[in-house]
Design a protein around this ligand. Structure first.
Ligand code: NAI
Ligand code: NA
Length: 397
């Protein structure tokens, strides 16, 4: 079978398993080109198969020699369906880790469930040396079933103030178009906090603590985003911002608890805007990202997923140069938020039109990044070659 890209707005309907291997390999190559660092030895990553969670896992394994457990929600081959990008990323990660003798274990299923927590804890106790040093919380999800009351909540990407209309990029049609984000009902705000807030992170820490699998000095970091003025309406002041504030509050609660019992730490880290499966579907965000890339690349300070996470880990979480704000948040988004960067992004934002967006933004770069998340647009992958789906179907993460 020959696999071609098919898009629907900001969603990729297909992905390329051989391209996924290249996607993972390039991130590994980056980490190997950098100095090794002293980091955690045993790590659990929730949301390990793509985006920031995957990059974190790659940095920790190939940069610090960590043994990793990954939890992700992904699908394998079903009939003529090729499976999800995160499925192939995970298989590619495993293959590369195994070659270097790095232990990696995967749990594919619902991180929000109690069963998943129990399974992971059992594995840590029986086959992973009994304890973990670090938990990274990098979930992006649209739905969560609360394991305590059994109610299923759906997140809504909406405003909490007023209807917000603004430009975005449609990668499928390759056009800049107006999009409107409606106002959330109180129920939708609550549901988004239920899905993307801190409740599940806290349930994980409580379960791991009860299971006796947290080491002395244990750390946990959850990923969040804040963003600049041009995205406040859709992000900071949107439903997702409400959820992220809940996550930040949870980090304080967890930090107090961990400090007391394990001499440990809990942080939220605010990351740089990037194209990932999750961010590509946020209205307005892709255009902001394309303009930001233009400015950051010109200034020589652009980072992709792997560079951003590698800097967070080597400089901040396990290094001596943490950038922490007055709300105790780690700020690897500090280059994105620089005044000169944002002033130039704002100037471009005022100038950008459907006719000039491909020239004045880094549209090509943002689109390439989006395509590569799904294994496409690598110059050294042959996309006309037949992919043997039956053979691939035998591989499991
Ligand atoms: P992503 O979509 O690439 O990754 C999400 C991960 O969550 C995947 O591994 C997926 O399998 C997993 N997942 C989703 N539902 C699950 C479930 N029920 N059970 C188990 N695993 C599940 O997203 P991305 O962008 O890497 O986002 C991760 C975190 O980083 C989010 O908290 C996001 O807000 C944050 N972030 C993203 C930024 C961006 O520009 N993309 C910027 C700053 C923060
Ligand atoms: Na992730």
């Amino acid at each position: 079978m020959v696999i071609k890209p098919r898009l629907k707005g900001g969603l990729a309907l297909t992905n390329h398993p051989i391209g996924a291997k290249e996607f993972v390999k390039r991130q590994i190559d980056y980490v190997k080109s950098q100095d090794k660092y002293e980091g955690p030895k045993k790590v659990l990553i929730i949301g390990s198969s793509s985006g920031y969670g995957l990059a974190t896992r790659i940095s920790l394994a190939f940069g610090a020699g960590a043994e990793t457990i990954g939890v992700a929600f992904e699908k394998g081959v079903e009939g003529k369906r090729v499976g999800s990008a995160g499925w192939w990323n995970t298989i590619a990660f495993n293959e590369a880790a195994e070659k270097e003798g790095l232990v990696s274990k995967n749990f594919i299923g619902d991180a929000f469930s109690m069963e998943m927590k129990d399974d992971v804890i059992k594995f840590i106790k029986e086959e992973f040396g009994g304890k973990i040093d670090l938990l990274i919380y990098s979930l992006a999800s649209a739905v969560r079933t609360d394991p305590i009351d059994g109610v299923t909540y759906r997140s809504a990407l909406k405003s909490t103030t007023k209807d917000i209309t603004g430009p975005t990029i449609n990668f499928e049609k390759e056009v800049m178009e107006e999009t409107t984000m409606g106002v959330a009902t109180p129920d939708e705000i609550k549901s988004t906090v239920k899905v993307m807030g801190g409740e599940d992170w806290k349930l994980w820490i409580e379960a791991l603590d009860k299971g006796g699998v947290l080491s002395e000095g244990f750390k946990t970091v959850a990923y969040s985003y804040l963003g600049p003025k041009v995205t406040y309406g859709i992000y900071k002041e949107g439903t997702i911002g409400a959820a992220k504030r809940d996550l930040e509050h949870t980090s304080d609660v967890l930090n107090d608890f961990l400090k007391e019992k394990y001499n440990g730490e809990a942080y939220v880290s605010l990351s740089k805007a990037l194209m990932t499966k999750a961010s590509a579907v946020i209205p307005i965000f892709p255009l902001y990202a394309a303009l930001l890339y233009k400015v950051m690349k010109e200034k020589g300070i652009h980072e992709g997923t792997i560079e951003q996470k590698h800097r967070l880990l080597t400089q901040m979480v396990y290094g001596n140069n943490p950038v922490i704000d007055e709300e105790r948040r780690l700020r690897p988004d500090n280059w994105e938020m620089r005044e000169d960067v944002q002033a130039e992004v704002e100037a471009l934002w005022d100038k950008v039109t459907p006719d000039n967006f491909k020239e004045i933004s880094d549209y090509a770069g943002a689109r390439e990044e989006f395509m590569q998340l799904n294994g496409f647009d690598f110059d050294n992958v042959d996309y006309d070659a037949d992919v043997d789906l039956d053979e691939l179907a035998k591989l499991k993460p």
